[in-house]
Design a protein around this ligand. Structure first.
Ligand code: CTP
Length: 444
């Protein structure tokens, strides 16, 4: 009997995809879940990120599913895609099956309507190139054109055709990410192609190792020899997206160590440090940290590998990628960790002094300092700030000071800050005590 791949999915997802299958039957089109979700169902891993491919237009179909199920729909007519949201937090992307071709290596692909097989063929690795049908007559049936199931069983990362990495060099990062996350291995033929894609322009290209998987012939439109330029044709933001995903993984140091061994770290940035001991230490602490140390995982990892970069290199790194202002500020702040932690380890340091040191830093930087800190006393000081003092406010304001006769201006701010520090140190408690302290400071 044919195995049903949908019998083990999460209950709420099951109901949603069954409704989608029914809607597809009513509209007379085929609908499939594809890509990462299928891989994770096979591997028994949790995944709430669902991609649906339709054979037939996706937007009107998504609208009819929304109507039938009460989901919220957002459509993107310029891409022919739609997203459905369910109130319990599930998000689902729908797209019509497409084929892609790359006008030149590393370019963004040109897209045309295609069959499901075309759509699977345009994907990165065999384990990510499977689909499961949602229509009633083939409910739960796996579509595995390129041997993804066997590769999943044998723990192999394998591209579908020999131009995969030159078409899209960001897949170099992806291959390592899936390899390390799943504890798979990049199989020899794929590894040969990966190394070829990394070779500098002009160097000779050896024959790829190993056997090619059974797959349709490559349909790229570019000519022989152009592959060598692929790597430079990719705009930094595309690497950045993949690099951030890598940094957000558990134990990113394993991913980076592998990238380094492959000589592939330089596709992100040649100036990146290759010593990941600090990153490893930070990750160990992160895995044991209390839950309320909320932070962006990727940025914490990045701080750990950029902390020791020279100022010039770090600034050029930050200019190269599309960081938000607050992100690059945080990363620059983290580069001063050593100095800040030294100040925080002074033998006598009041809570308000620790507050004064930490206040200028963004939340992610403080989280990083917390993970970076030792000895225990310093950790406690950062914790104290993180949990309590950062959010402390005075119970009096500028208007109160004006009523006390302080003339508007800088002095008001100075007095309020002193009262705040007194409150943090427990020297004034309620509003009455704070007014008295403010009056005494104003009289000085
Ligand atoms: N994909 C691809 N080539 C890329 C990026 C994505 O072929 N450069 C395809 C793969 O089939 C992948 C799917 O698009 O499974 C979705 O991509 P993404 O969301 O980045 O990856 P997931 O496989 O969902 O992985 P993750 O679990 O990290 O979200």
């Amino acid at each position: 009997m044919m195995k049903n791949y949908l019998s083990r999915v999460d209950k709420r997802i099951f109901k949603v995809i069954r409704d989608i299958g029914r809607a597809a039957d009513r509209q007379g089109l085929r609908a499939y879940i594809v890509g990462g979700i299928v891989r994770d169902i096979i591997l028994g891993r949790k995944n709430l990120d669902i991609d649906i491919v339709t054979e037939g237009p996706a937007i009107p179909f998504a609208q009819s599913v929304a109507k039938a199920t009460g989901a919220k729909v957002t459509v993107y007519p310029q891409f022919g895609t739609a997203t459905l949201h369910w109130p319990f937090g599930l998000r689902l992307d729908l797209v019509a099956a497409r084929q892609e071709s790359y006008p030149h290596p590393g370019a963004l692909p040109q897209v045309r309507p295609g069959t499901l097989k075309d759509d699977l063929f345009r994907r990165d690795f065999t384990i990510n190139a499977m689909a499961v049908c949602l229509n009633h007559d083939r409910w739960g049936q796996l579509v595995d054109e390129f041997g993804g199931l066997q590769d999943a069983r044998e723990k192999k990362i394998r591209v579908l055709h020999e131009r995969s990495f030159s078409d899209d060099p960001t897949r170099i990062l992806r291959s390592v990410r899936f390899e390390q996350r799943l504890r798979f291995h990049i199989e020899p033929w794929t590894l040969g192609l990966l190394k070829q894609a990394l070779r500098p322009a002009g160097s000779s290209r050896g024959e790829p190792l190993g056997l090619r998987p059974k797959a349709p012939p490559p349909r790229g439109t570019y000519g022989c020899g152009e592959e060598e330029k692929a790597f430079d044709n990719v705009k930094p933001p595309r690497y950045f997206t993949e690099f951030k995903k890598m940094l957000a993984e558990e134990q990113p140091q394993r991913h980076l160590t592998r990238l380094k061994a492959l000589g592939a770290l330089r596709i992100v940035d040649a100036a990146l440090k290759t010593d990941f001991r600090l990153l490893k230490r930070i990750q160990q602490r992160l895995s044991q940290a209390p839950e309320d140390i909320a932070c962006n995982r990727w940025i914490i990892s990045l701080m750990a590998i950029t902390e020791t970069m020279s100022g010039v290199k770090l600034r050029s790194f930050l200019r190269k990628f599309p960081f938000r202002k607050e992100e690059s500020e945080s990363i620059l702040q983290a580069a001063r960790s050593e100095h800040v932690l030294r100040r925080l380890s002074a033998p006598e340091l009041s809570r308000s002094q620790a507050y004064g040191i930490l206040k200028p830093f963004h939340q992610d930087t403080v989280a990083y300092l917390r993970l970076r800190a030792s000895p225990k006393k310093v950790v406690q000081r950062v914790d104290q700030y993180f949990r309590h003092d950062a959010g402390t406010r005075t119970d009096i304001d500028g208007e109160d000071l004006k009523r006390l006769g302080v003339s508007p201006g800088k002095k008001i701010g100075t007095i309020l800050q002193k009262v705040l520090f007194m409150k943090i140190d427990g020297r004034v408690k309620n509003r009455k005590q704070q007014l008295a302290a403010a009056a005494a400071l104003a009289a000085k």
